[in-house]
Design a protein around this ligand. Structure first.
Ligand code: LMR
Length: 396
């Protein structure tokens, strides 16, 4: 049965854990996977999460199956974060959210549903994009192409080429957009550019699929939801995959959501019924614990404020690490201008290091990064930053 099975390549991001764990260097640093670590080098257990868990334990509940779409209070919380109360849309029943297994689960459910709806559509992802985007949509049976995005000379977005490419896409193409904190480059569209992208999607009848895995890591929950609001106000139908892995530091709980925005309440009811079928045949229904924590926090004003405060602390610490990394790179004698690291947004910096330089960084300095040159700035602290800066300076 298995004699013809070939060895699959290691996952470019999660696969780094294996080599990192086997490395005996006591000063090793893992900047590969997108995980936030504290100054003490620990994954935080947020105060708001701890309080919520205590509340849940004080009132223990049996674990029956959840509805296919997940916990209603959780899905309502997701809607509040995405659409905010001012938009008329939520009241008009134009949207629905589903609790999914992380942001990846949301993308997978959305992709499977779209395959039934638009089997011949092309999917366009940014060049470059999160490694899993291509694999996910190809896995769902789509042809995946790249639209121009990052310009290594300006270290920003090549918006002229991006617009030209999207404008030439056939109607009904699915356009995957990073709503904020672009992964891997940290280069985001400006509000004015978002408005232009919305207009292109309207005029060319494209299907937007927003990936919002880092809401709160650029400027704040509300600010980072701009793209979602613009698409909502435009009247387009679209998808959003969102995640609480990073913003709640609940990576292992797999708490994400798929949200859809439709044309009407009646349409929403039909779409919901079909997406429930997709979920049922993928994993039946979602798990209870992580989403109960998130729902508890989002539906309690004091806890929600506490969480937003903690999110701000994470965001500010990442910004401080960006500043410090630039200083330390200079001090280490790096023969290159790294000021751009301060401008990039979110957890990552696209350093411009080549695959060969990353290999040397790993093999000679035990500093782990993704082969594309992406490093997770959120894993830096004042103790490991010199090792990282000196390693980078040495391989340049
Ligand atoms: C990342 O890009 O490192 C994260 O989104 C984790 C993952 O699943 O790849």
């Amino acid at each position: 049965l298995f004699s013809s099975v070939e060895l699959a390549p290691r996952d470019p991001i999660l696969g780094l854990y294996e080599t990192f764990n086997a490395d005996s260097n006591p000063n090793k640093v893992n900047l590969g996977v997108g995980v936030y670590f504290t100054e003490e080098g620990k994954i935080p257990l947020l105060r708001a999460v701890q309080v919520a868990e205590k509340m849940i334990l004080e009132n223990p509940k049996a674990r029956g199956y959840l509805p296919i779409e997940g916990i209603a209070a959780y899905n309502n919380g997701v809607q509040q974060l995405l659409f905010s109360s001012e938009t008329e849309m939520t009241g008009a029943g134009r949207s629905a959210s589903f609790e999914t297994l992380g942001g990846t689960g949301a993308l997978k459910v959305g992709a499977d549903f779209l395959k039934r709806l638009k089997p011949n559509a092309k999917v366009a992802i940014s060049d470059p994009s999160w490694e899993n985007h291509r694999a996910l949509f190809e896995g769902a049976g789509f042809e995946v192409v790249n639209y121009p995005y990052y310009d290594p000379t300006t270290r920003g977005v090549n918006f002229t080429e991006m617009k030209a490419y999207l404008s030439a896409m056939p109607a009904d193409s699915i356009i995957v957009l990073h709503a904020c904190c672009h992964n891997p480059t940290g280069a985001d569209l400006s509000p004015a550019q978002w408005e232009e992208v919305v207009t292109i999607c309207q005029e060319k009848k494209l299907i937007p699929f927003l990936d919002l895995a880092y809401q709160g890591f650029a400027d704040g929950i509300f600010e980072d939801g701009l793209a979602v609001r613009l698409f909502t106000q435009s009247g387009l139908s679209f998808f959003i995959a969102s995640s609480f892995s990073k913003s709640f530091s609940l990576y292992g709980e797999r708490v994400g959501a798929l949200s859809v925005v439709t044309q009407s309440k009646e349409e929403t009811a039909k779409v919901v019924s079909q997406i429930k079928r997709v979920i049922r045949t993928n994993y039946s229904n979602p798990p209870t614990h992580g989403a109960t924590i998130v729902a508890t926090v989002l539906n309690d004003t004091a806890l929600r404020n506490m969480w937003e405060q903690e999110l701000m602390e994470m965001r500010d610490r990442i910004k401080a690490m960006r500043e410090l990394l630039v200083t330390e790179l200079k001090a280490a004698g790096a023969n290159k201008d790294f000021e751009f690291i301060k401008v990039q947004r979110g957890m990552f910096s696209y350093t411009g290091l080549s695959k060969e330089q990353v290999d040397r960084l790993i093999n000679e300095h035990s500093v782990y990064a993704v082969g594309t040159g992406r490093i997770c700035v959120a894993s830096l602290n004042t103790k490991n930053i010199k090792t990282v800066a000196q390693g980078i300076a040495a391989v340049l």
